[in-house]
Structures are given as structure tokens and as C-alpha cells.
Write a protein that binds this ligand. Sequence first.
Ligand SMILES: C[S@@+](CC[C@H](N)C(=O)[O-])C[C@H]1O[C@@H](n2cnc3c(N)ncnc32)[C@H](O)[C@@H]1O
Length: 134
Amino acid sequence: MDVNEGRLRILGETAKSHQVAGLITAIYSDLRVFAETKEVKYDKLLLDAPCSGIGVLSKLNMPGGFLIYSTCSIDPEENQGRVEAFLLRHPEFSVDPVDRLVPSSFVTSQGVFLSNPVKHSLDGAFAARLVRAL
Ligand SMILES: C[S@@+](CC[C@H](N)C(=O)[O-])C[C@H]1O[C@@H](n2cnc3c(N)ncnc32)[C@H](O)[C@@H]1O
């Protein structure tokens, strides 16, 4: 399933070229709408969700360059959790604290930006400034 018709077309063409077109059912739909309106049940689901691409983006960063990872989420798993996982895989990067760049009430103990709807009366957002070693 995909909301992007072009991606489904490419999937269809690829499946055809590999002689597996008959095994695939492509559904052009928004998953949120589909899940609310259809009664179907599956025993296995794989969600290949849109992501920031941070894993491949890092390859484009020159030594000494910065990589900003940002979300519009306040969920620690989508924020600091992802940053920590990334830093474990990429020891050439470290957090460059943002305390000299934004007001201190937005800076977490990890040195990253976090706005909170309750604390700041703003939409929630997260941004970590990472720097690649020289
Ligand atoms: C990481 S890509 C994976 C696509 C596919 N699995 C592949 O490998 O080419 C994420 C896909 O989710 C689709 N998408 C985003 N929001 C969606 C939604 N609400 N319902 C269905 N598909 C969605 C995007 O169009 C995009 O093609």
C-alpha cells in the first residue's frame, strides 16, 4: 500500500520484470483511511515508514560539517533515542550543544533543542545538532 501512485507503478513494473506480478496486490490508499474504513485483517504486516534518511544523509557530511536531526515530535524514542542509536553507529559524530544558539529553557541536559507544548505553549519540536569530527 502506498499513497504515492508512482511508487506503486514502479513496484508493478519491477514485479513484472521478475515474473512475480501475480503474487503482489498493490493498494493505492492512505493507510490511515484504509485502516479506518476496511474490515480486512492480516496476520503479518510490515511497515516501511517514511523516515528522515539520517542513515544515508551522514555520508554527505564533510569532516567538520554539521548534521541537524529534527522532528515535530516530543516522543523520546523518535528523538534522543534515534540520535543515540545513530551516534553508536557513527562514532565520527558527536552532539554539538545548542546552548549558545537558543534560549536555555529549550535546551535539554543532552544539549539538544526541545520545545514542549505544555512548558512553552508552542508545538512540540526536537532538533539535535551533530558535528562530524575533522
Ligand atoms: C520508506 S518509503 C518505503 C516505500 C517502499 N516500501 C519501498 O521500499 O519502496 C515510505 C513510503 O510510505 C508512503 N506513505 C507515506 N505516508 C503514507 C500513508 N499515510 N499511507 C500510505 N503510504 C504512505 C510514502 O509514499 C513512501 O513511498
